[in-house]
Ligand binder design. Structure first.
Ligand code: AMP
Length: 427
């Protein structure tokens, strides 16, 4: 007998989940909606491995990423990591094999990600992302289309209440530079800005000897939802051009793509090191603390991974969190029904019953049959429990007449039908 030193040795690892078949039905249903939305926007699905070299993620996100990674040495002494996200793997794939593909290259993916996060509702150590990258264009229409796609995926999935926030990191960086904030100081400010802790930002700016007026102006900029206010603070040309582009993106988003509900939000600070220009986030306010469903923007990674520079932008949607948002909004997921449940009532009828099952399956119906020989009453109960629409009952009397009894599981109505006419009567 195996003696367990630790009772928990066979339990589910912290931050991971098992999914029941009902949960899997919901997940597959939403995944299919997301997939067909990506495809309708001209994106093509790809897949990359679950683990990559540790170096890939360190190169993208810096040494600090180690804290949140699952990493290990393999038997060949290679340093590997379970992917915490998919942008770095996709760009690695692009640099290795896809650089010659016609542009723009529109790629999408679904994949499990692993982060040593503190688990809570909507935050797991193993979770799934649905995301995409567009490579080879930075036109305002490409970016407006990208934001529209992210928004539509969540809307089509059924999330009712969404908040779309759009910012720009080039503008934010240029204002940091105007104030002569050092990289270290920016690094200190970013998490505070990200969490909208504006009083702490203000205190830090004072500690960094930023004059009162400039500190107040920066706070006003970070809080504003009015693009005209942003304009007021911009002095350098690069930032001015970015603002013009942002205005074009917003106009296209509203007037051409028909997305009416969005907000300028200058305090979006996603990985300031490799993101540049456009950034956006979509939240489901109903989720409270873990409300961010999607994050995206334009970024620079290709040259870092040794490729020929090309414009890149993309986003990642938290798949699990989307499901949590739908459940919180009481979304009615469709119930998957079985077309037919076949019940042979005697041993010598089983072969005939299986013939019928196979014919129906070959015609594309979902069909199951009684494998326990448990009699009519119990079999009908089981047929209800698996949401069968119809039951086909085959007893000696039916066989005599070359027929079966078809029972409508909702109404209880039963009809004797010739075997050769079964398909017509279960359509
Ligand atoms: P990020 O790559 O951090 O921008 O994440 C993109 C999206 O993935 C977020 O908006 C979340 O919806 C989702 N996400 C990030 N971390 C987790 C996690 N630990 N558990 C579940 N979803 C997550």
């Amino acid at each position: 007998m195996i003696y367990l030193y630790n009772q928990n040795v066979f339990n589910l690892p912290r931050g991971t989940r098992d999914f029941t078949s009902k949960e899997m039905q919901k997940r597959r249903y939403i995944e299919e909606i997301m997939r067909s939305t990506f495809i309708s926007f001209g994106y093509h699905e790809i897949q990359t491995p679950t683990f990559e070299t540790l170096e890939l993620f360190k190169a993208k996100s810096g040494q600090e990423i180690i804290e949140e990674l699952y990493f290990f040495k393999d038997k060949g002494d290679r340093d590997l990591a379970l992917r915490p996200e998919l942008t770095a793997p996709v760009i690695r794939f692009y640099v290795e094999r896809l650089q010659m593909e016609p542009k723009p290259l529109k790629l999408f993916y679904f994949g499990n990600c692993y982060r040593y996060d503190r688990p809570q509702k909507g935050r797991y150590r193993e979770f799934s992302q649905a995301g995409c990258e567009i490579i080879g264009t930075d036109s305002p229409e490409a970016y407006a289309e990208l934001i529209t796609l992210a928004y539509k995926i969540l809307k089509n999935s059924g999330v009712e209440n969404l908040k779309l926030n759009i910012g720009n990191l080039t503008i934010l960086s240029s204002i940091f530079n105007q104030l002569k904030l050092t990289k270290e100081q920016q690094k200190y400010l970013i998490p505070l800005i990200d969490k909208s802790m504006f009083e702490d930002v203000f205190d830090a700016l004072k500690d960094f000897d930023i004059v009162n007026k400039d500190a107040k102006d920066l706070i006003e900029l970070l809080k504003t939802t009015d693009i005209k206010i942003v304009n007021k603070f911009i002095k350098n040309n690069l930032a001015k051009k970015e603002l013009e582009k942002l205005e074009k993106i917003l106009t296209l988003l509203e007037k051409a793509f028909g997305i009416k509900h969005f907000q300028i939000q200058m305090n979006i600070v996603r990985g300031l090191d490799y993101y540049k220009g456009l950034v956006f986030e979509i939240e489901a306010p109903i989720l409270g603390a873990e409300k961010q469903l999607c994050g995206g923007g334009a970024y620079d990674l290709i040259s870092l991974f040794g490729g020929k520079d090309s414009s890149t932008a993309g986003f990642a949607i938290g798949f699990d969190r989307t499901i949590v948002a739908l459940e919180s909004e009481n979304f009615k997921f469709p119930i998957t029904k079985m077309d037919v449940y076949v019940i042979p009532l005697a041993e010598d009828i089983i072969e005939k019953a299986i013939n019928i099952v196979q014919t129906l399956r070959d015609q594309g119906f979902t069909v199951d049959l009684d494998l326990l020989r448990r009699g009519l009453g119990k079999s009908l109960k089981y047929a209800s429990s698996i949401n069968a629409k119809k039951a086909i009952i085959i007893g000696p009397k039916e066989i005599e007449k070359d027929s079966v009894t078809i029972r409508d599981m909702e109404t209880g109505e039963q009809k004797l039908i010739k075997i050769k006419s079964i398909i017509n009567s279960i359509q």
